[in-house]
Design a protein around this ligand. Sequence first.
Ligand code: HEM
Length: 119
Amino acid sequence: MDYQTLRIIHLAGLALTFMGLAGVLALKYAGATTGKQPWIFQVAHGVGLLLLLATGIALSLKLGLHAPPLWLKVKFGIWLLAGGAMTLALRFSRFAGLILIFLGLLVLTAAWLAINKPF
Ligand code: HEM
């Protein structure tokens, strides 16, 4: 798969991951009084994470980064945090504002790392 296509899928994975988190957070924050279960958003989150990781690794290999530099390791840490954030959304939705800020900062940092490759 060519580099540009991988970037596009990476960004689609990013959108799915965080839309999934936001969907679960919103349902829980609203008390899920509609009886709707958040599973569809959990699936979006899971598929998004898989896409992010698979395309992230493929992009790294295309960049020739066989020994991952620090920025890539930190991005992997951010990926783990984005996975763990589902627990936050499910159990701590009363802190929805703080969780949204945290998620925004994760995306900001991951994008900054990928684009600037500071270390
Ligand atoms: C929550 C997790 C992640 C987020 C939010 C994220 C976000 C981004 C963004 C916004 C870009 C810039 C896309 C562009 O080129 O315009 C990018 C590129 C990239 N990401 Fe990720 N990413 C995540 C996880 C990962 C992981 C787990 C890896 C590697 C294992 C990875 C490796 C890369 C690479 C190699 C690039 C390409 C940099 C370049 O084209 O110079 N990312 N990512």
